[in-house]
Design a protein around this ligand. Structure first.
Ligand code: ATP
Length: 237
């Protein structure tokens, strides 16, 4: 059974239809990429799944349950964590304070401390800088913090919006290596939105190509990487 199923989803901003009936699924253990140009509807899709924007039609099913109308904070305790576009760390709080904020749904303090240790293993830099104000971190470190904060809720599904945005190539590689480790070693299912299609397809199992609110193409990431139309539209340097 799919961990997440999106069925005929439609989303509007006022009279403008941003999402025009898309359907896709994410199976447990997969890394799924949604790729597409600026304005294709990638962020809107993620924000609708994580309960930030209401849908007009369609269904979102998570672990067999209809979550279409469930608000975002409840979804976190159900195991869905969202790493938003632009990271959104709390600049005036320390790294550790930001991480603790991600754990607001946790009840068992010991388990939460174990998760924190796991996150410090994944992101040694966050451990080094745990008492530093988050606003003083580099973009790449802020991305790590946003991911660490999401992982503090011990999610089954992590939804990542443009993790590579604005980062230097070295950081991009580091962030994508960590995404793979979170998936392979920690067993977290990943739904990833990226404008950097090449990077996203290089770690994804499958991908969906969004064009003006519709799914234009889908398939194995490797096959899409070799597809001429994808190459031409999304992979040229
Ligand atoms: P980007 O990579 O730029 O974030 P995207 O693929 O994530 O692009 P969305 O941000 O989801 O695309 O935008 C989809 C469409 O909805 C675009 O046409 C955009 O202009 C429109 N849109 C997005 N947010 C709003 C909003 N708050 N109000 C009105 N229209 C919006």
């Amino acid at each position: 059974m799919a961990i997440l199923e999106v069925k005929n989803l439609e989303v509007f901003y006022g009279v403008i239809q941003a999402i025009k009936g898309i359907s896709f699924e994410v199976n447990p253990g997969e890394i799924i990429a949604l790729i597409g140009a600026n304005g294709a509807g990638k962020t809107t899709t993620l924000q609708t799944i994580t309960g930030l924007i209401p849908s007009k039609a369609g269904q979102i099913i998570y672990e067999g349950q209809d979550i279409t109308k469930i608000p975002g904070h409840k979804l976190v305790s159900m195991g869905i964590a969202h790493v938003p576009e632009g990271r959104r760390v709390f600049a005036g709080l320390t790294v550790l304070q930001n991480l603790y904020l991600g754990a607001y749904t946790r009840k068992d303090k010991k388990e939460m401390e174990d998760t924190l240790e796991m996150i410090y293993e994944r992101f040694p830099r966050l451990k080094e800088r745990r008492d530093q104000l988050s606003g003083t971190l580099s973009g790449g470190e802020q991305q790590m913090l946003a991911m660490g904060r999401a992982l503090m809720s011990h999610p089954k599904l992590i939804v990542l919006d443009e993790p590579s945005m604005g980062l230097s190539p070295i950081y991009v590689n580091e962030i994508f290596d960590i995404i793979q480790k979170i998936n392979q070693d920690d067993g977290v299912t990943v739904l990833l939105v990226e404008q950097n299609a090449k990077k996203a397809l290089s770690i994804a199992d499958r991908a969906y190509v969004l064009e003006t609110g519709k799914i234009a193409l889908s398939g194995d990431a490797q096959a899409l990487m070799n597809d001429d139309s994808v190459k031409k539209a999304y992979l040229s340097e």
